[in-house]
Each structure stands twice: as structure tokens, then as C-alpha cells.
Design a protein around this ligand. Structure first.
Ligand code: AMP
Length: 191
């Protein structure tokens, strides 16, 4: 299985990635976490991505696709994977299909965790003010969050159509409690 999780800030992509990848025993890739680690370690990817991540802007497609091509070539993911945070633009979605077809592989499903923008704001606010270092994120400030929501609306929403047209889109109401969402996705992936 090769599954991507799509959704705006605060849609629960990270939580569902952890739960689903464990339930399905799939290696997971959380692209935002990878970028934050790369920034903390000041690797080449990290220094290129940092100014964008800090402002809530999208890291340029050429940086992302080069990195993801290399990542998906690694051995730990050659039997399948689950990923969140990529693709985020139409160009990345098309490029991912090219990469997979180069390897003789294809995407199984794109799961869209749908929440209203109001819920995105509420959840990110709760995360930002929680004081919990493992959850709070510097890019959850109201201004930066607004940019991230805007990029989601303008750049990521259009790729739902791309997957819908290919019969790969699974839309989930992600305003439900996390457990309900996990169970619903697992059930729908099996059927
Ligand atoms: P996330 O943790 O998924 O919300 O990602 C945090 C930040 O990393 C985003 O606001 C972007 O700056 C950057 N980022 C993550 N994934 C991508 C991507 N696929 N394309 C461009 N930028 C990304």
C-alpha cells in the first residue's frame, strides 16, 4: 500500500499517520517533521527550507521533489509507505506519480481529512497555547497559520480534483474524534 494523507493545518494528519501506519504496519513519512528535523540539524535541505517554513510559505517545488525522489528510493519504503505533508501542490502530485511509475509503483489512495477552516484555527490555537513542547509549533502563530491555511486552500485543495479524477480520493469528515476517524479510514481502506 502507498497512501497519502491530505488536509489543512490542524486536520489531524500527524495523529492519523501515527495510528494508521501502526495499524497497517506501514513505514511512515511525515514531511513537515522531516523538514523540522533537517532545520534543527542544519542539513542542506534544512537550510534551504528554513526561511519558508518559518514564514508559513511553501518550500519551493524543486527543493521538495528532489528531496522526495531520494527519500522514496530508500530501502525502508520499497514495499509500501504512508505519508503526510506531501504532495501539497499540483506539480508535486504529478511529480509523485512520475516517480512512482519510474519504480513500477502506483499510489493506492489519497485520504483527505476534511475540516472547516474554523476547526483548523481552533486546533492550531490549542496546540500553540498548550505549552506542551512536543505539540507546540512556532508556525502556529495566528499570522503564520493564516498563510498556511491560505496555501492549503489555493495550492492543495486543487489536487483533490486530481486524485478524484483518478478514482483515488477517499474523503473523511475529520471533525470527528481521532479514534472514530482511524476506524473509518481502516474500514474504508479494506473495502
Ligand atoms: P506541516 O508540518 O505538514 O504543517 O509542514 C510545516 C511546513 O513545512 C509547511 O508550512 C511548509 O512550510 C513546509 N512543507 C511541508 N511539506 C511541504 C511540501 N510538500 N511542500 C512545500 N512545503 C512544505
Amino acid at each position: 500500500m502507498r497512501i497519502i494523507l491530505l488536509g489543512g493545518p490542524g486536520s489531524g494528519k500527524g495523529t492519523q499517520l501515527r495510528r494508521l501506519s501502526e495499524a497497517l504496519q506501514l513505514p511512515s513519512i511525515a514531511v513537515g517533521d522531516v523538514l523540522r528535523d533537517a532545520i534543527a540539524q542544519q542539513t542542506r535541505l534544512g537550510t534551504s527550507a528554513q526561511p519558508y517554513v518559518e514564514k508559513g510559505e511553501l518550500v519551493p517545488d524543486n527543493v521538495m521533489i528532489q528531496f522526495m525522489r531520494l527519500r522514496l528510493l530508500q530501502e525502508d519504503v520499497n514495499q509500501g509507505w504512508m505519508m503526510e505533508g506531501y504532495p501539497r501542490t499540483a506539480f508535486q502530485a504529478e511529480e509523485l506519480d512520475f516517480v512512482l511509475s519510474d519504480f513500477g509503483q502506483y499510489l493506492t489512495t489519497a485520504v483527505y481529512l476534511e475540516v472547516s477552516e474554523e476547526v483548523m484555527r481552533e486546533r492550531s490555537k490549542a496546540r500553540f497555547s498548550s505549552g506542551d513542547a512536543t505539540r507546540s509549533r512556532a508556525d502556529d502563530t495566528p499570522d503564520i497559520l493564516q498563510r498556511r491555511i491560505q496555501h492549503f486552500r489555493d495550492r492543495t485543495i486543487p489536487i483533490l480534483e486530481y486524485y478524484g479524477a483518478r478514482g483515488k480520493l477517499l474523503k473523511i469528515n475529520a471533525e470527528h474524534p481521532p479514534d472514530t476517524i482511524t476506524q473509518e479510514i481502516l474500514q474504508k481502506l479494506k473495502s
